[in-house]
Design a protein around this ligand. Structure first.
Ligand code: GLU
Length: 297
């Protein structure tokens, strides 16, 4: 696992102010959409919120290789919608974006890093499901994605999940410990068709060099790779699952879960702007409205 600090939000905030000034906007006036950092918020003693606010920093598990959600840039900062969501939550705790420590957390280790106390929360295209809820709790959902399939642009044989069975020689790539890697099995003629890596960027590379014929995961993750592929990749078929993204937290921390849900609900404008400046930049990614939170448990 690699660890990085990010200064993205600060950069964006400065750029937004500069743009507002150029465009004749009200100078000095803070746009409502900027993630705000609460000033000396107060929390009940003994809660996770009180502890983190007192400490002034937070550790967040995220992806480092997924365009639009969590991608490490050339300066070593991580950027994307999940990063922005983490910044909104940190802001509610009075924690500046610079004080967030992002810890790379590929799909298979997300429960582990929460259970081991290596991170305080996981924001990492993390689908809420019952199996995971046995080990961790989830705030949210903050977005609902759906599984889809990506192939090379010149591939006309694979048109959706069903066609994987008809093309029994075709290899489909996904990631260990992900929900799509499990869901796809029912569509295969042979289990040997499934190729698993640790990260989706490895699947995208394998598709690019012809080692595999398809990649499957959530539509919005795939859209990021399509956008980066310079016309090499395309999505096929409709989405065939629902993947509600939650914020993973240590199991049973109901107060922290409720705090996260309230913080997101109080920052809907920042939420929409976070989407538009990250995952929403790619074609076909519509700005979502914040889904109703699930009950915290
Ligand atoms: N949302 C799915 C999951 O949590 C796929 C994306 C991912 O692996 O992060 O497993």
């Amino acid at each position: 696992m690699r660890t990085r600090r990010t200064t993205l939000a600060a950069t964006v905030a400065v750029a937004t102010l500069a743009l507002a000034a150029c465009g004749g906007g009200d100078e000095g006036e803070e746009t409502a959409a900027e993630p705000s950092v609460a000033e000396a918020p107060e929390f009940e003693a003994g809660t996770t919120m009180a502890e983190l606010a007192e400490q002034g920093s937070i550790r967040v598990g995220t992806k480092f290789d997924q365009p639009g959600f969590g991608l490490e840039n050339l300066s070593g900062d991580v950027e994307g919608f999940d990063v922005e969501i983490a910044e909104i939550i940190a802001g509610g705790l009075g924690i500046e974006p610079e004080q967030i420590e992002f810890v790379e957390s590929p799909s298979a280790v997300r429960e582990e890093v929460l259970e081991g106390g290596e991170v305080d929360m996981v924001v990492a295209t993390y689908t809420i499901n019952d199996k995971r809820k046995e080990r961790v709790s989830f705030a949210g959902p903050y977005y609902v994605a759906g599984q889809q399939i990506m192939v090379a642009s010149d591939n006309t044989a694979i048109t959706g999940p069903e066609s994987l069975r008809e093309n029994a020689d075709a290899k489909v790539c996904s990631v260990t410990g992900s929900t799509p890697s499990e869901n796809i099995r029912q569509y295969l003629a042979d289990p040997g068709q499934l190729v698993l890596f640790d990260e989706y960027s490895q699947c995208a590379d394998a598709l690019g060099n012809g080692q595999v014929d398809a990649v499957t995961t959530d539509n919005v993750i795939l859209l990021g790779f399509v956008a980066e592929s310079d016309g090499q990749f395309k999505l096929v078929g409709e989405q065939f699952t629902e993947e509600p993204y939650g914020i993973g937290i240590p199991k049973g921390d109901v107060a922290f879960c409720e705090f996260i849900n309230e913080t997101l609900a109080a920052n809907e404008e920042a939420y929409a702007q976070a989407w538009e400046s990250t995952a929403g930049q790619v074609e076909g990614a519509e700005t979502p409205t914040l889904p109703e939170p699930a009950p915290c448990s």
